[in-house]
Write a protein that binds this ligand. Structure first.
Ligand SMILES: [Zn+2]
Length: 161
């Protein structure tokens, strides 16, 4: 019988055939898809992620999408985990509406490192609220874009009739 504290984390599988290039502060970063996650998570070549961290991040993104009432999770933005160096500024996470990418600093994966960093930034947020904050930016951008698309479709229908 498995015990309560027995955790079977999914292994980290980096899909090198599913890569993307993102630009952060003018610098190109190659990122690869984590294939053992439910959400659209990519990781920079500069970042190492542990199975537990992967699972926690995946779980937190699902929770945030649920809070935002996103039923079709395929519409979610790319979440990209990048190194402290690649993040350049002190942000823990950020959303780029043009590229539709949520950048996540690797520090967020390590709770013990995150807390001192946030104290330094005088930012009371925890990892969860940081992610939620960025996904709210995405949700706002998506809903704006979607209403534009909806209007465009209506317009097309009007032309047909
Ligand atoms: Zn913000």
């Amino acid at each position: 019988m498995p015990t309560d504290n027995m955790q079977n984390y999914k292994s980290v599988i980096i899909d090198l055939k599913n890569q993307n290039t993102v630009k952060k502060n003018g610098k190109s970063i190659t990122v690869s898809r984590l294939s053992n996650t439910n959400n659209k998570i990519y990781i920079s070549n500069e970042v190492k992620i542990k199975p537990k961290q992967q699972q926690e991040l995946d779980r937190d993104i699902t929770a945030v999408l649920d809070i935002l009432n996103v039923k079709d999770k395929s519409i979610q933005p790319m979440a990209v985990v990048i190194s402290d160096y690649e993040m350049v500024n002190n942000a823990v996470a950020s959303y780029n509406p043009v590229k539709n990418v949520v950048y996540i600093r690797q520090t967020i994966l390590d709770y013990n490192k995150l807390i001192p960093l946030q104290e330094q930034l005088a930012c009371p947020e925890n990892k969860y609220s940081t992610l939620l904050h960025e996904y709210i930016h995405w949700s706002d951008a998506y809903r704006n874009k979607y209403s534009d698309f909806a209007n465009a479709d209506n317009y097309k229908d009007e032309l047909k009739s």
